[in-house]
Design a protein around this ligand. Structure first.
Ligand code: HEM
Length: 419
């Protein structure tokens, strides 16, 4: 199997500039593509990527070299009982009553605090002023960390995400990742020790008290878990919020519909996850020879799952390159579960544990932003281009808007947001 000349290397600047036309070529002509730069195989069809997420022959052993140097060992690379037990430690905080009763007010407050800082200004960079800050502030609050340290958290998660996409093995990116691991440890370990001595009502205290097979997690296990939560829940949700607004602003009729009927927000978010997922590439390593569309990956081979392409596979979605909140082949009620039609949260046992937290964050943010801002428009006439290959999205989104009139009548379907 040769690398097709019609599709540049996924690590090349041409691919990063605009991967979408190449995704179409991959889907039609090269569903299994050898990657010269990394020696891996890229798969793009929905059916193949879905299988890679569900079939245990596709292991997550890759995280031992892809992320362990920066995080340490985390649930991403665990399997079987070890994975299930560790995942169960945080999963309750991210769903059901814990999420709705304990953390919804935290999410609402954090969104409101950020919006208040620009609500009367009439201009905003939605990324710099809101979306990079909001999810990290929420996780910091959930863990009981100090939000004043936001700039450090932001630096750390940016460094971790760079390591995640460092398939080319850039030594500077790797060295920065090691620095991040050290700094995050120096910051977190004393807090973990303090929380063991004086437990509070926060997720970090829950992790300190948790026992797995009658053994407490070590300080370093907890540091690794927190490092994963900051990175996994930070940039992803940041990109999701800005992509949602960019996609709606590109389709004013759909923006008007969502503004009128806020029960459409989960549909608009689900379609955003399909059309412009924050994570475009996820890696797996195969335990034995596996035959997929287009050929066989040998045992031990690295497989790059092109989620951004699979979500636009015409075999699965009609008019795949169109953003359509009203499409009938994407079910909103399952879009935030492991039965989702899109693949933005992966599927199977590593399905994103924070999917419902992300949904709640995006619903709250979208409602509050639409309440605060009327006549939203791109400041420069259009959105700036997306950036990134493994994770992809906007790094700035300058907008203008008319500050909403005080006392305007609320839109249909807006959930009650306590003051
Ligand atoms: C729109 C937002 C988000 C997207 C697109 C997203 C995407 C993903 C993806 C693709 C995976 C699977 C990785 C793999 O299988 O190799 C994953 C796993 C994970 N996500 Fe998310 N995520 C989002 C939000 C969050 C949030 C808010 C949190 C929590 C703070 C979170 C925590 C995690 C964790 C801990 C895992 C590992 C689960 C496991 O291995 O069992 N994510 N996420």
């Amino acid at each position: 199997m040769a690398t097709p000349s019609a599709v540049p290397d996924i690590l090349s600047p041409e691919f990063a500039a605009d991967p979408y036309p190449y995704y179409r070529t991959m889907l039609e002509e090269f569903p299994l593509m050898r990657q010269e730069s990394s020696g891996g195989y890229v798969i793009s069809r929905h059916e193949d990527v879905q299988r890679a997420f569900r079939d245990p022959v596709f292991t997550t052993d890759n995280y031992a070299w892809q992320l362990e140097p920066v995080h340490g060992r985390t649930i991403l690379q665990m399997s079987g009982r070890e994975h299930a037990v560790h995942r169960a430690l945080v999963a309750p905080a991210f769903r059901g009553n814990e999420l709705q009763e304990r953390f919804l007010p935290v999410i609402e407050r954090n969104s409101r605090e950020l919006i208040e800082q620009f609500a009367t200004r009439g201009t905003v960079d939605l990324v710099a002023d809101f979306s990079t800050r909001f999810p990290i502030n929420v996780i910091a609050d959930m863990l009981g960390l100090d939000k004043a340290d936001h700039d450090r958290f932001h630096r750390w998660y940016t460094s971790i995400i760079a390591v995640f996409g460092n398939l080319a093995g850039d030594p500077e990116v790797a060295a920065d990742g090691e620095r991040t691991r050290r700094e995050l440890g120096e910051y977190l370990i004393p807090i973990i020790q303090e929380r063991r001595a004086n437990p509070g009502d926060d997720l970090l205290s829950t992790l300190c008290a948790a026992e797995i097979d009658s053994t407490r997690m070590t300080d370093d296990d907890i540091r690794a878990f927190c490092s994963l939560l900051l990175a996994a829940g930070g940039e992803t949700t940041d990109r999701a919020v800005s992509a949602l607004f960019r996609n709606l602003l590109d389709h004013p009729d759909q923006l008007a519909a969502v503004r009128r009927d806020r029960t459409l927000i989960p549909k608009a978010f689900a379609e955003t996850l399909r059309y412009t997922p924050p994570v475009h590439m996820v890696i797996r390593q195969v335990a034995e020879d596996v035959t997929l569309s287009g050929g066989t990956v040998p045992a031990g081979g690295t497989v790059v799952c092109a989620v951004g392409a699979a979500n636009r596979d015409p075999r699965r979605f009609s008019r795949p390159d169109e953003f359509d909140v009203f499409r009938d082949d994407l079910t909103a009620s399952t879009a935030f579960s492991a039965a989702a039609d899109h693949l933005a949260f992966a599927l199977g046992r590593h399905f994103c544990v924070g999917a419902l937290l992300a949904k709640t964050e995006v619903e709250v943010a979208a409602n509050q932003l639409l309440d605060a801002m009327d006549d939203i428009a791109f400041r420069d006439g259009a959105a700036p281009p997306e950036q990134g290959v493994f994770t992809r999205g906007l790094v700035t989104l300058p907008l203008t808007f008319r500050p909403a009139a005080a006392g305007a009548s609320p839109a249909v379907g807006v959930p009650a947001v306590p003051a």
